[in-house]
Structures are given as structure tokens and as C-alpha cells.
Ligand binder design. Structure first.
Ligand code: Q7Y
Ligand code: ZN
Length: 672
């Protein structure tokens, strides 16, 4: 099951024909540069090339009015003067004799992508298109957009494939108000957008873009706006919003399909966005969405105007769709105050709609909406304002950023250490045990109770970990007699040989001794139903759920809101995922956990399971291979006692772990 790439050079064949400061950044090179980069890196070759098609009138009318379509249809025949005139009725957009053709191809590309994914021809994919779509409205072009490619795709997917729920994630730096207006009263399409807002000072300067616009009537709660009130948002800000807002809601919603308004003007270097997230953050944003909807994800290009940042971000996205391990996330130094204010407000505005947010803090007393500024009434006033605030055409102080590190897949993706008689699933390599006598003797001294069989296993485990350290093997699974012993063995090896950090995730009651282990070299997060008393240190975090892991909602909440942010901030070079029998965790939730954790440590996850759980080898291996986990279904409300316990834990830990914060320090917060 591959990744579709949809591109057609024809979509580079229109451009701005007159002078317009606002529109000059939307150039044909946006597509050629992105596509060239995919070709040069070999990524294009690894994708399934799917041809574009023209969207039909019927397709376009799923979202747009007949009058508007008829108007656009005439544009190929207009003179230059008439084109300018036609353009004038809309804002920040331009027309060209060939743009109608390209707009039909852009929408058609999104539909081809939906067809490829929905029919199972591919697992996921990306469409590189111009013009973008998310600003265009029922009867209006806007912000370089003519037809709303993604909105059309969502309606089309629902109609043609009978799917019930579509999630649209708009990570472009602008608010896709066209998408919002299209679905604001529709609970079957959940629209999430973050966008530069600056208290309504930033284009398109709509009151409708604020956090309290949550959708209307039956659609209330299904429109999620995250306004950024400052520029300079970074990786931590984006990841915080994913962990504490988008993902919990998305999992509760349980979409049948995920569409991404994939604009990259939210990346560093972009002259419009002025944000500071690195291009490799899109590897993580993509990865985090890839276990929803059984992996059915369609990314459709929107904005992105710094050609370097754009092509780097596009490559990161496509490479992740192809299943290559994500790079280790850089610079996760915690969200800034302004981002936390926004997060706080959005979570508060949505707590009545989503059970995952029931416990979210109420609106802050320093309600940021009260900071909404008075808008200048005219262009002259705007100019005046600019001069007053010294905002003279900031010569976009170009900030340099390093090229994202080269990513590669290890020669062996998944190695399994299995007892004889347990079959090795397709696509995995059976790891042949090694019997280094020196190592066996060393291990014998440490593990006095270990049998000869155990020692062979531990020896092989050590060899497996070493190969992962050398990137010869991506991830692995070992079925062992004693999970606790195996865990200790790997951790001890890591603590000596391994310079870096290990994240240990225990599902169930494996006992992992922690004597002297709080030096930061390991972080232990243990899920169980045992009230194991107080949390002992920053690096040993027991997560107690009342019914153990059998309550999928509570477990998911803990994984998304605690484990992921902890894991990201800790940034391990190895993840050890140990599970003991009787954890109560169902296969689907276990596979979700396994899949999500592979965003860390460049995908280096070692799973340890007890021999008795051999039935789980298949599902685990499939997740390790990068197959999307099965959906969990619509989640019910987690147990109130679990919600409270998790929230208490988060509050206790947030002093040490900044990525766990969901509210700004109570200063009213103007600083960055
Ligand atoms: C649309 C876009 C779509 C006025 C500046 C207005 C508007 C730019 C529209 C951007 N002084 N700029 O990027 S993704
Ligand atoms: Zn944009």
C-alpha cells in the first residue's frame, strides 16, 4: 500500500500579470521547486504517480454557487483589463486566462487523491496544487484561492463513499475561513485550523477566526480555531496544540478520513507567516495524524511562500507518508506564553463539546478576547497606524535555519526475537539469537536467577539493541519469558554502552527497579491500575488508571496528553515498550500506542512482551512495520476518577515538563 503523489505541470501555467504587492508571492515556482525537490531526493519515485483530472461542474457545485462558477468560467476569455476588473470584486487574489483550468485541476487532484485512498489503491498521499483552496467561499475567490479544493474533496468523499465523519486539519498559517463557512453547521466534518491572528490584526482579519467560533447549531463543537496572537511560534507550540487539543478531539471524533490543508507558510522563513517552526516538524504533525482513520490521509497543498522552507517541508511530509522514520524533533523548549494563552482559551471554549476536555481549565480571567484591538477603518488609517508603531515594511529579517537532517530507513525495518515455534509475520526479519560467550558470562553474573534459555534471550536482546543503535535495524519485538528481567537487561545495557536517553513505557505491572535510576538516562512511564503511591521523581511516572488499560478512553487520554508530550520533551534515542499480561489493553489501543511512539527516537522502538501473549505478535509487528492502527471507534467519556487522576498528575509534572502545560502562567502574560 503506497503513497500517491499528484502533480501536473499544467498547474504552473498561470501567474500574476500585473503589479500587486499582496499577490506577488504566489508564483509558479512554488510547485516546480517542491516537485523538483521530491524528484531529486528520490521521494517522487517511491510514490504512486496519480494523474490529475478536471473537477466537473457537479464536483465544484458541491461547495460553490452556480453564479460564481459561471463567472469564473468566463475568465479565460477576458482581456487583461477585464481580468483586473473581475479580480477587483474579491480580496487578495488574481485571475489569469489559464487559472480556471488550473483551479479545475487543483480540485480534481484532490478528488483523485480521495479516490485513490478510498478505493485502497494507496494508503495515503499528497497533491501538489495551485491555486490553493481554503480561503475560497461559496461565491467568492479569496487569498489566491479559486475553488475550495479540500472542502469539495470532503463533500465528495462523503457522497461517493458514504463515509460518516471527515476530519480537516488546516496547518496553513492562514485561517481557511472558506472551509469553516462551508461546514460550520455540519457535525460530520470537523474543521481544525491554527492561524496567525494577532488579535484580529492579521489577514483576513475576521472575528470569525477567533477561538470562540466553535461552529453553529448541530455543528457546534466541530469547528476548532487556534488563533496565534504572536508571530514566532515554534515546534513546541505546534506540538502542544496537537497533544492537548487536536489529537484528543480527533480521537474522540474518530474520523473515517483525514484531509489536510497542507500549507507550509506556517514554517520558518515564510514571509507571510513569520513563524519559526522547523520544516521537520511537519514530519511529526503528519505522523501524529497517520493512525487516525486507519491511515487514510490526503494532504493537499495550500500556502507556502519561502521556496526553500516550502520544498523542505513538502519533502518532510511526503517522506513521512511513505513511512520513513521521523527525525528526532529539535528545540522542544516548551510552548511560549502566548501559545499557552491560545491553547487555554480554545480548550475552555470546547470543553462543553468534547469529553476529553471536560476537565480543561475554564476561560482565563484575562480573557484574551478583551485584548482584541480596534481595527483601522481605512487603508490610510492603517498606514498611519503602521507608522506610529514603527512597523515600516520590516525587511523580513531572514532567519537562517539548518537543512533538515537526511532521513533514511534502516536496511531492516522490523526484527523479531521469537521462541521457536512462533511464526514470524510477513515483512519482518526473524532475529537469529547470538551466543557471545563473553556476554553470556557477564549477563550470568548480573542475572543470577536467569536460566540458560533466559541468558540466550538476553544476549540476543543486547545484540538487537546494538543493531538499533547502529541504525541497522529500525525497531524490534521480543517475546520473552520474563518481561521485567528483559527490561532491566536492556536498560542496564543502555545505561552503560548507550550514551543517550531511553524512554521506558510499561503497560501493566512489570517491576522495573529504579535504584539510582533517576539520573535522567531513563524516563519510566508506567500504566497500571495499581495505586503505586506518589510519583517519585521527574523520571519515574506511574500513571494509574482505575480499570488498568481496559478503559480505552482513559488510556487514550493518558497517551495523548501525558505520554506523548513527555516523550517529545524527553527526546529519547530508544523507546522500550514493555507489556505484561493482564494489562487489559485491547489490540487496537495497543497498536495505536505502538504506532504513535514511533514518532520518537527515529522510530527505534523495542517491544518486550511475555511469551504468553504470542497472539499479539501479529498486530504488534504490523504497527512496527508502519501499518496504521485500527481506529478505536468513537470514544465515550473516560471515567471521571481517571480524568481527575490524570489531570492531577499533569499539574504535578508541568513544572518539570513544559510540554505538559496547557495554560499560561497567571500573569496575564504579554511576554513571549
Ligand atoms: C493568502 C494565502 C493563502 C495586505 C496584505 C494582505 C494577504 C495575503 C493573502 C494570503 N497588506 N496579504 O497565503 S494560503
Ligand atoms: Zn496560507
Amino acid at each position: 500500500m503506497g503513497t500517491a503523489l499528484i502533480y501536473d505541470e499544467e498547474m504552473t501555467k498561470y501567474k500574476l500579470l500585473w503589479i500587486d504587492r499582496a499577490c506577488k508571492i504566489e508564483v509558479p515556482e512554488r510547485l516546480t521547486v517542491s516537485h523538483d525537490a521530491l524528484v531529486k531526493t528520490g521521494l517522487a519515485d517511491r510514490c504512486v504517480a496519480v494523474p490529475v483530472r478536471e473537477a466537473t461542474d457537479a464536483d465544484i457545485l458541491l461547495v460553490h454557487s452556480e453564479e460564481y462558477l459561471e463567472g469564473v468560467k468566463k475568465t479565460p476569455y477576458l482581456t487583461l483589463e477585464e481580468l483586473k476588473e473581475f479580480t477587483l470584486q474579491y480580496g487578495d487574489v488574481y485571475f489569469h486566462p489559464n487559472i480556471y483550468h488550473c483551479a479545475k485541476l487543483a480540485a480534481g487532484a484532490a478528488l483523485q487523491l480521495v479516490d485513490s485512498v478510498m478505493t485502497g489503491k494507496v494508503r495515503n498521499g499528497m497533491a501538489l496544487v495551485r491555486p490553493p483552496g481554503h480561503h475560497s467561499m461559496r461565491s467568492a475567490a479569496c487569498g489566491f484561492c479559486v475553488f475550495n479544493n479540500v472542502a469539495i474533496a470532503a463533500r465528495y468523499a462523503k457522497q461517493k463513499y458514504g463515509i460518516k465523519r471527515v476530519l480537516i486539519v488546516d496547518w496553513d498559517v492562514h485561517h481557511g475561513q472558506g472551509v469553516q463557512y462551508c461546514f460550520e453547521d455540519d457535525p460530520s466534518v470537523l474543521y481544525f485550523s491554527w492561524h496567525r491572528y494577532e488579535h484580529q490584526k492579521f489577514w483576513p482579519q475576521l472575528r470569525d477566526s477567533d477561538y470562540d467560533c466553535v461552529g453553529k447549531e448541530k455543528g457546534a463543537g466541530f469547528n476548532v480555531n487556534v488563533p496565534w496572537n504572536k508571530v514566532g511560534m515554534k515546534n513546541s507550540d505546534y506540538l502542544s496544540v496537537f497533544c492537548h487539543l487536536l489529537l484528543p478531539i480527533a480521537y474522540e471524533f474518530s474520523p473515517d478520513l483525514v484531509l489536510v490543508c497542507a500549507g507550509f507558510d506556517s514554517a520558518i522563513g515564510d514571509p507571510e507567516g513569520e513563524m519559526r517552526a522547523s520544516p521537520d516538524i511537519f514530519a511529526h504533525l503528519t505522523h501524529l495524524l497517520m493512525n487516525l482513520a486507519g491511515g487514510k490521509l490526503c494532504a493537499v497543498l495550500e500556502g507556502g511562500y519561502n521556496l526553500t522552507s516550502l520544498h523542505q517541508s513538502v519533502c518532510q511530509t511526503v517522506q513521512t507518508l511513505l513511512g520513513d522514520p521521523a527525525p528526532r524533533p529539535a528545540n522542544l523548549d516548551g510552548p511560549c506564553t502566548s501559545a499557552l494563552e491560545s491553547l487555554h482559551c480554545v480548550r475552555a471554549a470546547h470543553r462543553q463539546y468534547w469529553s476529553c476536555l471536560k476537565h480543561a481549565a475554564e476561560l482565563p480571567s484575562y480573557d484574551i478576547s478583551t485584548k482584541r484591538i480596534k481595527l483601522p477603518d481605512s487603508e490610510e488609517e492603517e498606514e498611519e497606524e503602521r507608522q506610529k508603531t514603527g512597523e515600516e515594511e520590516k525587511s523580513a529579517e531572514e532567519e537562517a535555519w539548518p537543512e533538515p537532517p537526511k532521513r533514511f530507513s534502516p536496511p531492516v525495518s522490523t526484527a523479531l526475537l521469537l521462541p521457536e515455534g512462533v511464526a514470524c509475520p510477513d515483512g519482518c526479519q526473524r532475529f537469529s539469537s547470538s551466543d557471545d560467550p563473553v556476554l553470556v558470562n557477564k549477563l550470568r553474573e548480573k542475572f543470577l536467577v536467569a536460566s540458560d534459555d533466559d541468558l540466550t534471550t538476553l544476549c540476543s536482546l543486547t545484540a538487537l539493541v546494538e543493531k538499533m543503535e547502529k541504525h541497522e535495524i529500525g525497531n524490534g519485538l521480543a517475546l520473552v519469558r520474563d518481561v521485567s528481567m528483559a527490561t532491566v537487561c536492556v536498560v542496564q545495557h543502555a545505561a552503560t554502552a548507550h550514551r543517550d536517553r531511553v524512554l521506558i513505557v510499561c503497560v501493566g505491572d512489570a517491576s522495573v527497579p529504579r535504584k539510582g535510576a533517576d539520573d535522567g538516562k531513563t524516563l519510566l512511564v508506567q500504566f497500571s491500575n495499581k495505586e503505586s503511591g506518589e510519583q517519585k521523581s521527574k523520571f519515574h511516572i506511574p500513571v494509574c488508571l482505575h480499570k488498568g488499560c481496559s478503559d480505552v478512553s482513559g488510556f487514550t487520554q493518558a497517551v495523548l496528553g501525558l505520554l506523548l508530550p513527555l516523550g517529545y520533551e524527553y527526546d529519547p534515542s530508544l523507546v522500550l515498550l514493555a507489556r505484561t499480561p493482564g494489562s487489559g489493553l485491547c489490540d487496537a489501543a495497543w497498536q495505536q500506542l505502538t504506532g504513535l511512539l514511533q514518532g520518537l527516537a527515529q522510530g527505534h522502538t523495542l517491544v518486550l512482551m511475555q511469551e504468553a501473549e504470542k497472539a499479539c505478535v501479529g498486530p504488534t509487528a504490523s504497527s512496527l512495520l508502519g501499518v496504521a492502527a485500527p481506529p478505536l471507534g468513537k470514544l465515550h467519556a473516560p471515567l471521571p476518577e481517571d480524568v481527575e487522576a490524570l489531570e492531577r498528575l499533569r499539574l504535578a509534572l508541568q513544572a518539570d515538563w513544559k510540554l505538559l502545560r496547557t495554560t499560561a502562567p497567571e500573569t496575564g502574560g504579554e511576554e513571549h
